[in-house]
Design a protein around this ligand. Structure first.
Ligand SMILES: Cc1cc2nc3c(=O)[nH]c(=O)nc-3n(C[C@H](O)[C@H](O)[C@H](O)COP(=O)(O)O)c2cc1C
Ligand code: SF4
Ligand code: SF4
Length: 296
């Protein structure tokens, strides 16, 4: 086996990136959620890639999704492997790669390189403020942002070549992370954003007095459906952690959420709403199909 590419993905960006890397390296594509019932995960290839979306780096968190942290915690026997990581993001990857390197080191491994890839266009601060204070509608669909999206995808294809030659040469030492100066300048803003996020998530999860990490699984308490829900059950089948049960053909969230937004993004009738996705554009990667995302 040449390579194993482990991935986690909600709207398909990280899956598309992982798929490109697996094709380049003639590697095996392995879904991280599909392994989470195992106590230990023993990679089989010499080259190991980990691909995932950045979560909450802009709110002063590690940037690593909870499920990916749990995955790293199960990795065994990685000391002799060539490990690299790629995280997809919306413009604020922060110190995610650096934090991942630390987590891998704690498992006895060494991250040879870590790369960030901007893949989505979140709402700008201006758009959010216009929505909040002037009640202007938010643009509902990122697919309308086609030009910007095409640029991001084209940029990724170029970067794929660079990463591929980096791996081919077994290089080490590239860690795309926030600079020391950036960390210093951003520290007060991150502290403010973290405090605001904590208060928001305490409200969303209806639980006071916990850390953001503890609140994330409960943030699904803000999800709800409207009359467009036809009971198809796709939300339950696409959820990477089986956090949705269908009760009388309606989804009921079980408070073990990863906040990946797959249910929201892949619902065919756009029936899912809630404060947690208030600022999320409806989007999934155009080259990823629903069938690629289903958990069975
Ligand atoms: C819960 C959540 C938190 C996120 N936090 C960040 C962030 O801190 N910084 C950032 O640049 N993008 C952030 N994003 C955007 C994702 O990293 C980005 O859209 C990514 O490409 C999604 O990958 P996926 O389609 O594989 O799920 C966040 C997305 C979600 C759902
Ligand atoms: S995917 Fe959408 S329409 Fe289907 S059951 Fe879930 S919420 Fe309802
Ligand atoms: S409930 Fe929705 S947001 Fe939460 S983990 Fe499942 S698919 Fe992702």
């Amino acid at each position: 086996m040449n390579a194993e590419i482990y991935y986690f993905s909600g709207s398909g960006n990280s899956l598309a990136v992982a798929r490109d890397l697996a094709a380049k390296r003639m590697g095996k594509l392995i879904s991280i959620p599909s392994l989470m019932n195992k106590d230990h995960i023993l990679p089989d290839a010499d080259v190991i890639g980990i691909v995932f979306p950045v979560y909450y780096a802009s709110l002063g968190q590690s940037g690593i999704p909870l499920i990916v942290e749990r995955f790293i915690g199960k990795l065994e026997n990685i000391g002799s492997r060539y490990l690299f990581a790629v995280c997809t993001h919306g413009g604020a990857a922060g110190a995610t790669i650096e934090n991942l390197s630390r987590s891998i080191h704690a498992r006895g491994g060494q991250l040879a390189g870590g790369f960030t890839v901007k893949m989505s266009n979140p709402y700008s601060v201006g758009e959010k403020l216009r929505y909040l204070f002037l009640h202007k509608a938010l643009e509902a669909n990122i697919q309308a942002d086609n030009e910007k999206q095409r640029e991001l995808f084209a940029h990724w294809k170029k970067k794929l070549e660079l990463i591929d030659s980096y791996i081919e040469a077994r290089k080490t030492g590239t860690f795309e992370t926030r600079s020391a100066g950036g960390k210093f300048i951003l520290a007060p803003f991150l502290a403010m954003q973290t405090a605001a996020a904590l208060s928001r998530y305490r409200k969303l999860s209806k639980m006071p007095g916990h850390s953001l990490e503890d609140l994330i699984p409960f943030a699904d308490r803000s999800f709800r459906t409207d009359e467009r829900c036809n009971g198809c059950g796709i939300c339950a089948r696409v959820c990477p952690v089986h956090n949705i049960e269908l009760v009388d053909t309606r989804p009921v969230w079980q408070q073990a959420c990863e906040t990946c937004n797959a249910c929201f993004q892949w619902c065919p009738t756009q029936a899912i709403h809630g404060e947690i996705v208030e600022f999320e554009k409806r989007y999934h990667h155009p080259d990823v199909k629903l069938s690629d995302m289903l958990m069975e």
